[in-house]
Design a protein around this ligand. Structure first.
Ligand SMILES: Cc1ncc(COP(=O)(O)O)c(C=O)c1O
Length: 352
């Protein structure tokens, strides 16, 4: 059998819509969603709200827009948003929390991306003559740049209970919450039981072509709809996209365990390659971050070598590379990637 030209492990955002998504898109019933007349979008939002056991949901074009709207919902200009230091919201969203909501990020570094209430508590600031008061707590589950790490369900509950006692809201960036649910064998409703809003992505491991969803209270989602329009996210016959999204949440969540098994396999094998370092026990879902400094190459040079073997992975720091497994990557593809990594590591350590 001929091997595909490229094995693309840069991100799960590269997944392509499945055959059943394409069929559903072709057959989707549509209307004008700004008038709330698109029956497929309406069905998607009802289904998402039910899955998360929240009052309402809003279909948005991207995760970034979902997070941006959530910050706006829960804060006033001049406040701080507490989040983990490598949170997507602060590192990869073009400072939208400052631009759209007028807030600063108060970041907390952690070893593995998971915040504990005690760490958050130390950073909470009341109204005072010099401080920007805390407006919101944001948690990322799974945590992308910490390598797909998962919040223990009880840790989320604790953060929410303590925050609510102080009248603070909690937003979860659950771009990959379905990966967390699959790994923990619990429902997304349980994980997000006490958070005020959750954003989750359809266009990553769930393979829909476009879109994310924000879920929360009816009142918040009514206000979120207006912010979506302000941001240029009022889509018209979006039912063609919602149709694919319905297939994504209906058919693609259970298989995520396969991606986790492939990521675990990659991690175990990588740990045995000279010059590469990572702790495979830290790989809990579909993201593997490994350090290549022992090979003498920078992450950028290492990934350029891999590309010449047809393997795409993302350098995420000067020394680290990220590989993300997804439905368009098979175990065979992972074996091929490992061969290329071994070859690259061997050639550099041999010539050192
Ligand atoms: C944790 C996390 N949050 C939010 C996003 C933003 O999603 P989008 O690319 O759809 O804006 C991403 C995208 O990679 C992500 O990994």
């Amino acid at each position: 059998m001929r091997e595909p030209a490229l094995v693309d492990l840069r991100s799960d955002t590269v997944t392509r819509p499945t055959a059943s998504m394409r069929r559903a898109m072709a057959e989707a019933e549509v209307g004008d969603d700004v008038y709330r007349e698109d029956p497929t979008v309406n069905r998607l939002e009802e289904r998402a709200a039910a899955m998360f056991a929240k009052q309402a949901a809003l279909f948005v074009p991207s995760g970034t827009m979902g997070n941006t709207i959530a910050v706006k919902l829960h804060t006033e200009p001049g406040q701080e948003v507490i989040c983990e230091a490598k949170a997507h919201i602060v590192t990869y969203e073009l400072s939208m929390l400052a631009w759209f909501s007028g807030c600063l990020a108060r970041t907390i570094p952690t070893a593995h991306g998971i915040l504990a209430w005690e760490q958050i508590q130390r950073e909470i600031r009341p109204v005072a003559p010099f401080w920007a008061p805390t407006g919101l707590i944001e948690i990322e589950n799974t945590h992308n740049m910490a390598g797909g790490t998962i919040y223990p369900v009880e840790a989320v509950d604790e953060i929410c209970h303590q925050a609510h006692a102080l009248r603070l809201k909690v937003h979860m960036d659950g771009a990959r919450i379905f990966n967390a649910a699959a790994a923990l064998h619990v429902s997304v409703a349980r994980i997000a039981a006490h958070v005020d809003t959750v954003m989750f992505c359809l266009s990553k491991g769930l393979a829909a072509p476009v879109g994310s969803i924000l879920v929360g209270s009816r009142d918040d989602m009514d206000r979120a709809r207006l912010h979506r329009k302000r941001l240029g996210g009022g889509m018209r016959q979006a039912g063609v996209l919602a149709a694919a999204a319905l297939v994504a949440i209906g058919e693609m969540t259970e298989r995520l365990v396969e991606d986790h098994a492939n990521a675990g396999f990659l991690a175990e094998e990588l740990a045995n390659i000279s010059g590469i370092s990572l702790d495979p026990r830290r790989v809990e879902t579909n993201i593997v971050i490994f350090d290549v400094s022992g090979t003498g190459l920078t992450a950028a040079d290492f990934s350029a070598c891999l590309k010449s073997h047809g393997i795409l992975m993302s350098p995420v720091s000067a020394t680290e590379i990220r590989a993300v497994t997804h439905c368009d990557v098979t175990r065979r593809d992972c074996e091929r990637a490992l061969r290329a990594i071994k070859e690259t590591a061997r050639s550099t350590t041999a010539s050192a």
